[in-house]
Ligand binder design. Structure first.
Ligand SMILES: [Zn+2]
Length: 326
């Protein structure tokens, strides 16, 4: 028995030796493969540099100089750069592509769909409060799809622009309270240069999380992208969608008369309240105020909930917007 055990042991040692050599070879091949094919590398984040280009081009507009020389911004806890989830891209059948008018703080594109080619220019802006008011973005997508399938709803003398999501970083961060601000923690509907303030009395105002009006008027790339678009496209009537429930706020401080009439007409067809519910909040730096300063009629209009798009009510609002004679 002992004599036969010796060769057995030798064979076992030889087998283990061969196994080890095999494992080393396999590992080497694996490492070489991974080095050549980094399949597990992190997905590429959008390039934030386009915001720099945008700010250069924006300095050539009538916006006061100096606004765009921003201090170095330190990494921000609101940043969505670390968020793996990205918003679902909106794709139209039929190949109608949006115009990219700029990029968010974290490099997500800001897109405008346009319909028709007439001299009367109307605009819908959704998603200014990001994921907190995600249902406004969903409504814009429903409208874009509807108009794409029924192009006859756009009168021959009109052009309609739909900016479906002004705050894509907030939309990517959270569909709740935390999704309201952009990636600098700024409330974009308080960053426009008309009646701008960095901070405000929170009495009666949204106060569920940290937010500011920005470090300067139009400090945010999302704001500047839309300002540049409005300045160059001569929009005459604009609805900025929000949620929820407070009603329709005309632009202007005090409210501009034609925007009041526009709000009244919209209230008749949508049943959203006008005058809006007064919570005592003082609004500063809003998109509607800025649009009025450019000569447009403009309202902030709130959907009834944070959950539904109120599509049929807003198809009637769309008809009012397209028919409106400013
Ligand atoms: Zn809002």
């Amino acid at each position: 028995m002992r004599r036969r055990q010796k060769p057995d042991t030798a064979w076992v040692i030889l087998a283990w030796g061969l196994n080890l050599i095999g494992l080393v070879l396999l590992a080497s091949v694996g490492i070489a493969y991974l080095a050549l094919n980094p399949v597990h590398a992190a997905p590429q984040m959008p390039n934030p540099n386009p915001t720099t280009e945008l700010s250069h081009s924006a300095t050539s507009t009538s916006v006061p100089a100096g606004v765009y020389y921003l201090p170095t911004i330190t990494p921000n806890p609101r940043s969505t750069m670390i968020v793996v989830q990205t918003p679902t891209p909106f794709v139209l059948s039929g190949g109608n592509r949006p115009l990219v008018i700029g990029f968010s703080v974290s490099g997500r594109p800001i897109e405008v769909y346009s319909f028709g080619n007439g001299p009367n220019r109307r605009m819908i802006v959704a998603g200014i409060h990001g994921g907190y008011e995600w249902n406004t973005i969903a409504l814009a997508d429903e409208m874009i799809t509807h108009i794409n399938e029924h192009p006859e709803v756009i009168p021959n003398d009109s052009t309609l622009y739909i900016l479906r999501n002004l705050n894509p970083d907030g939309d990517a961060r959270d569909h709740g309270i935390d999704g309201r601000v952009n990636d600098h923690g700024v409330d974009l509907n308080r960053n426009f240069p008309t009646n701008w303030a960095a901070d405000w009395d929170r009495d009666g105002c949204w106060n569920y999380g940290p937010t500011t009006g920005g470090i300067a008027p139009a400090s945010e790339p999302e704001t500047r992208a839309l300002m540049t678009f409005l300045q160059s496209h001569h929009v005459q009537a604009l609805i900025s969608y929000h949620s929820a429930a407070l009603g329709i706020f005309p632009g202007g401080e005090p409210w501009e008369q034609k925007s009041i009439e526009f709000a009244e007409r919209l209230s008749e067809v949508t049943y959203y309240p006008f005058p809006p519910i007064d919570t005592g909040c003082k609004f500063t730096g809003t998109l509607a105020d800025y649009a009025v300063s450019l000569g447009a009629v403009s309202v902030d209009m709130e959907l009834a909930t944070h959950k539904y798009t109120d599509f049929t009510r807003n198809l009637r609002a769309l008809a009012v917007l397209l028919d409106w004679n400013p």
